[in-house]
Each structure stands twice: as C-alpha cells, then as structure tokens.
Design a protein around this ligand. Sequence first.
Ligand SMILES: Nc1nc2c(ncn2[C@@H]2O[C@H](COP(=O)(O)OP(=O)(O)OP(=O)(O)O)[C@@H](O)[C@H]2O)c(=O)[nH]1
Ligand SMILES: [Mg+2]
Length: 370
Amino acid sequence: MGSLEDTIKEIEDEIRNTKYNKATSQHIGRLKAKLAKIKDEAVERAMASSGGGEGFSVKKSGDGTVVLVGFPSVGKSTLLNKMTGTETDTAAYAFTTLTVVPGSMQHKGANIQILDIPGLIAGAAMGKGRGKEVIAVVRSADLILLIGDVFNGKHLDVLLRELYDAGIRVNKERPDITIKKSGNGGVRFNSVGRSGLDLEEIRAILSENKCMNADVLVRGEVTQDDFIDAMRGNRIYVPAFFAINKVDLVDEETRQETEKEVTAKFGEPPIMISAHSGYHVEELKDMIYDELGFIRIYLKPAGGKADMEEPLIIREPATVEDVCNKLHRDFVYKFKYAKAWGPSVKHDAQRVGLSHQLLDGDILSIVTRA
Ligand SMILES: Nc1nc2c(ncn2[C@@H]2O[C@H](COP(=O)(O)OP(=O)(O)OP(=O)(O)O)[C@@H](O)[C@H]2O)c(=O)[nH]1
Ligand SMILES: [Mg+2]
C-alpha cells in the first residue's frame, strides 16, 4: 500500500514542479494520464475488495434526488429531519448514521428525494469508512449538497478531492470530446473551435493508455485533465452547492470568516444555515428546487379541461417522451400524437411528437391508441 501512495505522490510532485509550456506539455500529459490510470485502478480495486455491502443501495424516487455529503457530525441527519420530517438518529458523536436514509421533501409541488448518508472521510474514494457505498450513492444523485459546519470550513478541500478521486466532477459541463479507437492509421485529431490541445499532447496521453490509433474530435476549449477524463471514462458531472451549518453557534465575525474561506475555495458563496433553528432552511429548499431545474407541465385529457391545480413536475430538459415515461410505461408505445399550448409552441393546440422539447408552463394533451 505504502509504495502505491509513494508512487502517486512522486508523480504528483513531478507534475507540480514542471512548468507547463509547449516543450513540457507532452511530458505533463503523459504523467497526468499515468496518474489517472494508477488512481482509477486503485479505486477499482478498493471497490471490488470491500465486500458486497448489505442493502446499502436506495432506489431513486420522486422528481429528483439530492444527496447530503459532508464529514461526520456536520449535521446532515439533523438537516434531513428538518427538511423532510424524517426521524433519523442524530448525535454529538461521529458516524451516527451508518447507512443511507432516504427522506422526501415536498416543495412547490415537487417531491424531492433527499438521501442522508454516513459522513464521508478522507480516503473514501479508496473505500475507507464505507466509502464504496457512500460514493456509489453520491454518483447516482441529481444534485450534491455539500455540507460543512462553521468549525471545519478548512476540510472542504478534502471533501472536494474525495469526490474528484471518485470520478465525480462538480459544477462542470461534460467536455465535448469523442475518442473513437480504430485499428490503424495513428491518431487523427479534429477540433471545432480552438481546443487548447495539440496533436502531440493528445498522442502522448493516448499512448500512456496503450492507444496508438484513434479518431479524436473535440468541440470547444478543453484541458489535458478533461481529455484524460474522457479517455478514462466513467466520470460523472453533477451540480453541487455548499451549505455551512451550525451558524447559531458562532458570532457574526466567525460566520463571515467561514463564508469567505469557502467562497475562495469553492468559487461561489455557501448558504449559511442552522439545521437546529431552521435559519435559512426555507431558502435552502428554494435553492434545491431551482438547482434541480424543475418545470411544470399541465396535463389536459383529450376533450377535457387542463388540470391547472396539480401540474406534473419534471426536470429540464424534458420532451413529450419524458413526460410519457413519467406517466406510464405504456404511454410511449401507445403514443399517437400530442397537442401543446404554451411557451414551447407557436400556436395553441399545436401538434407535437415525442421528441418535442417542453417548457415551464406548457399544457399538454397526449393522444394514445386504445
Ligand atoms: N448548534 C447546532 N447543532 C447542530 C446543528 N445541526 C446539527 N447539530 C448537532 O450536531 C451533532 C451532529 O449532528 P448529526 O445530524 O448527527 O450529524 P451528521 O452529519 O448526520 O453525523 P454522522 O451521521 O455521524 O455523519 C448533533 O449533536 C446535532 O444536534 C445546528 O444547526 N446547530
Ligand atoms: Mg448522520
């Protein structure tokens, strides 16, 4: 184990100590690709060896799933209880929660699933402290709510690094990179717009993964890390934001300090809350709702009146097909056509197909075969 950690550290040091320029870019690319490979393999080994994990997985349900991620004792379970009325154990000692506890929160008509998980610790990506199960749950969420408390804003880096090592990329669009391996012909590289990488760098990175022949297409500007991510695969891109809990315990000055610290490290200000007193918890619910990007679709039975009281809640981007799938499994098979009124169409009662993109406030009438 020690030697693997040493190897990782050695490579990391070398990357840090090499200035990136035209002459070193291939070397750095190769080192980074090597590092990613070693780390991925270590994570895979840890995941395979740390046992089956009894009944840890939870079925996703509701209109969207949020997972609460943070170190032990920051108040994740207390917050879940506050937001959902669930009764999970909370306690003043670490590792109170040992499994995934789901709760559901009703907000503005949406039914949002909230998952409380055991506290994440350093090394989680490598399977430490039920890391395997925790990471699997985090990877499946639609939104990550990172939670810290006023005393440990500093631990933020560790939290973000664990997620990163587990292949989770927060608040980042998936870079538009296609790598098609081929039998021969070497590496061919095309880009739409300025990619930021050159053929030699790409070739160096690919060869580190024993890939000598490939067609590469990059749209937009990307980094070496983006390219390595695309090559390794198995990366997920999830939105996330930060909440700092227990603000009731400190004075205004400490609050502001923590807020500043987190903002500097994370790139955007956290929401300051108290799960105990409920301070800013309603605002937090609003943020979750907005972040999940819900839209409301009013359903109208053919020949009847639209139900303007209880819209169907679905996440953007949503097509008619997505709505059908949410209503009933058979709807897509029996689908004839649909009619729409509202922001997504040019005129009332416009005929639309399964692939039509819906917008917030649309009224939809689906016509199926008997
Ligand atoms: N003063 C104050 N205490 C809080 C707040 N939120 C949680 N606590 C306390 O902090 C302790 C830990 O809370 P938990 O909700 O169990 O923390 P957790 O993050 O679920 O911890 P693990 O399950 O061990 O990962 C408990 O004693 C809570 O009562 C808060 O907003 N203010
Ligand atoms: Mg807990």
